[in-house]
Ligand binder design. Structure first.
Ligand SMILES: Nc1ncnc2c1ncn2[C@@H]1O[C@H](COP(=O)(O)OP(=O)(O)OP(=O)(O)O)[C@@H](O)[C@H]1O
Length: 698
């Protein structure tokens, strides 16, 4: 029986075919897998650069292109007959001698480029790699068949022009060597392509066992981003029907999510669209299959946990495994634990009620209600301070206004008044609930969440998404909900996308996490990414990690359109401009309305935009900037990005009251706009009426 692996391009190209052809192709592959009568057979391609390449007739006038090695077949694409033969004939194949992964290159295009390369290399200057011996180029994985072309490269620009023709696993270390002149830097670039199946986690050194560069099957198994093995028609159907991200993980994503064991908690940070959520989903799926107990996949809000749950359903199709993962948000977890312990649902206090209580408690005092409330949430609840003595002694990280003993005592009394009133009315805030749930879990009585043993944590593994927005009380709850064992906490987040006031290093809540990083945005084009990074302001931010988190060093793997920023004279004209833009997208460009979103800072403008889109019969999503968190659309319009609206004056603490709080508020408002603008995978349109928001890059 043949062993068949599918490349990520194949399902995409299959989806683009007309329905009857698609059906015939799938039937033919099934026949091939099971070797029943009338199964397609490999046919040699005349003049092929690699004799192992063949085609399979999969439908009338359509052929699949395969790389064949013994009984192993790697199905690369499906094309009309002539195109398939021409394409197959021009490909070069190899196994990377350092990584052991499969490589494909455009051998025919390289042959065509050779005369131009020679001409450019004939000039007076030296060639780029003249000083690098062959052995060093081999040590970064350059294939001997590509060496003659590499030797002709005279400038970094020429090398960049060759990028589409070379395997990325050879281009990346070469580009790094050209840029830095350092072999060590090139090895590091090479290392970024290792997957969890390339090497065991402990064996990441360049000098490990020699690779058998003739073993195609082993190479395909080490290339989970390039090949998915399907043993039978059921697996075939799953690979063909699943979204790409379910099947083909990029090497760093694969390594992070499928490393067999992490002795300590892990914190994965990464810029927008680098695949953090996908890594969290895959880690949860991996732990469900390979772990040793119940898994909690937890995020910031209910809306996001519903989205995570739907994605996990796509990823984990086995019901038994899926049941091992509970998906929720931290508030729900706290609610659940307190309800179980008390036998009834807790009453929650809303924001308006809390605001009113603090207004009363702070009346006549030197500090505003907002200041006192922030002191409660960011100092008292954040550090779980329960007595005045503890508060008098406490550090107040992130709070810039110094308080003497009598001021602290006055604030403590105001906070005590609010908490007493809450207690009297039988209400609690969500943060209080998180603290109580943590205290309940820390008791030795057990009997929570159907857990009958004493002091047994309800989960064996916890995976956290959108970690940058969790409060210290919520972190303590998560820490208490899982035992201190290997693979306890796997955390993903991006401090630059924070839209809350929570900026706690994990070490401060008892989580000593090993940092890891994802560097390549898979959502944003280079153009959108560079604009967004300027919008965010390249400055470092704090929280999650011990030191400041920098925004540099992260890139994108594709090009696209630049964002469009349009200024109007009035809000009415801005709404008319929005409707015209949406019509262009929906009617002219035929983008489905479900793949378009409109967002604004102020609820009033959201309502006005919603009314305008409904009147124009354009059923796109219209929401606040906040509601865009964690989502993704092909096209996004962010409107009302006007001075005086973004940042929202109501969300800013007066500088006279607390300059550090104001700086944080500004950073949060900037983060909010950054998050909304970076939801666009394809096109971003930004508009304002009057002067543009000071956050917009010039
Ligand atoms: N391995 C992959 N295969 C296919 N698509 C991918 C892959 N990795 C990432 N993507 C694409 O990138 C998008 C972003 O992934 P994801 O939402 O996990 O990133 P993120 O880092 O959590 O983003 P953000 O922090 O901006 O919310 C995905 O929706 C998908 O379109």
């Amino acid at each position: 029986m043949p062993r068949l692996a599918i490349s990520p391009e194949f399902p995409r190209e299959l989806r683009a075919l007309a329905e009857p052809v698609r059906r015939d192709v799938v039937v033919a592959i099934r026949r091939f897998l099971e070797q029943v009568p009338a199964a397609p057979y490999p046919e040699q391609v005349g003049d092929a650069r690699d004799v192992r390449v063949a085609t399979l007739r999969l439908a009338d006038r359509y052929r699949g292109v395969v790389l064949r090695d013994g009984d192993v077949y790697w199905l690369l694409t499906v094309l009309p007959d002539d195109d398939a033969c021409a394409y197959a004939g021009g490909l070069g194949f190899g196994v990377n001698s350092r990584l052991g992964v499969i490589e494909v290159w455009d051998a025919e295009a390289l042959e065509r480029a050779e005369p131009a390369l020679r001409r450019s290399a004939e000039g007076p200057g030296r060639r780029l790699f003249d000083d690098v011996p062959d052995a060093d180029l081999a040590s970064i994985g350059v294939d001997p068949r590509l060496l003659p072309y590499v030797r002709l490269v005279s400038t970094e620009a020429t090398l960049a022009a060759l990028e589409p023709l070379l395997p990325p696993t050879q281009y990346a270390p070469l580009a790094e060597l050209a840029r830095t002149g350092s072999l060590a830097a090139a090895w590091r670039a090479l290392d970024a392509w290792r997957t969890a199946v390339t090497w065991p986690a402990a064996a990441m050194s360049i000098d490990d066992d020699p690779i058998d560069t003739t073993d195609v099957q082993a190479a395909l198994r080490r290339s989970p981003d390039r090949a998915a093995f399907v043993a039978d028609p059921t697996e075939l159907d799953r690979v063909l029907a699943s979204p790409d991200w379910c099947v083909f993980l990029h090497p760093p994503q694969h390594r992070l999510s499928r490393t067999p064991h992490y002795e300590r908690p892990v914190l994965v940070t990464g810029g927008v669209g680098t695949g953090k959520t996908l890594v969290a989903l895959h880690r949860a799926a991996y732990l469900a299959a390979e772990g040793s107990g119940p898994v909690l996949l937890v995020t910031f809000s209910r809306g996001l946990s519903d989205l995570l749950s739907a994605k996990l359903d796509l990823l984990v199709t086995d019901c038994v495994l899926r049941k091992r993962v509970e998906v929720g948000n931290v508030d729900r977890l706290a609610h659940h634990i307190v309800t179980e312990a008390e036998g009834r649902k807790p009453n929650l206090a809303g924001d308006a009620e809390i605001g009113r209580l603090f207004a009363e408690a702070a009346r006549g005092g030197p500090h505003s209600p907002g200041f006192v409330q922030r002191e409660w949430e960011q100092v008292v609840l954040a550090q779980n301070l329960t007595t005045l003595a503890e508060y008098l002694d406490a550090d107040r990280p992130g709070r810039s206004v110094a308080l003497d003993g009598s001021e602290r005592t006055a604030i403590w009394q105001a906070v005590a008044q609010v908490t007493a009133q809450l207690q009297e009315s039988g209400r609690r805030t969500l943060l209080q609930l998180a603290s109580e749930a943590c205290a309940l879990l820390s008791r030795t009585t057990g009997d929570l969440l159907d857990d009958s043993g004493p002091r047994r944590e309800p989960y064996r593994h916890i995976v956290v998404d959108e970690a940058q927005d969790l409060h210290p009380a919520q972190w303590r709850l998560l820490r208490a909900a899982v035992p201190h064992l290997s693979d306890d906490l796997f955390i993903v987040g991006d401090p630059h996308q924070r839209i809350s006031d929570n900026r706690v290093p994990l070490s401060a809540v008892g989580i000593a996490a090993t940092p890891r990083r994802l560097d390549v945005s898979r959502r944003l084009s280079r153009e959108l990414l560079s604009w967004s990074v300027r919008l965010r302001g390249g400055g470092p931010v704090d929280g999650l990690v011990e030191t400041m988190h920098e925004l540099f060093g992260f890139g994108s793997d594709g090009h696209g359109a630049r964002p469009v920023v349009v200024g109007y004279d009035s809000a009415e004209a801005e709404l008319s401009g929005l409707i015209a833009k949406l019509r262009e997208w929906v009617v002219d460009d035929r983008v489905p309305v479900s793949e378009i979103a409109v967002a604004a800072r102020e609820a009033d403008f959201v309502r006005a935009a919603r009314a305008a889109t409904e009147k124009a019969n354009l059923g796109v999503r219209v929401c606040t900037l906040h509601a865009m968190k964690g989502l993704e659309f092909r096209r996004v319009a962010v409107i009302g990005v006007t001075d005086g609206i973004v940042p929202s004056p109501a969300a800013l603490t007066p500088a006279t009251e607390d300059p550090a709080a104001r700086a944080h508020d500004l950073q949060r408002e900037r983060g909010l706009l950054y998050v909304a603008c970076t939801r666009a995978a394809e096109l971003l349109y930004v508009s304002h009426s009057g002067r543009a928001s000071p956050f917009l890059p010039s």
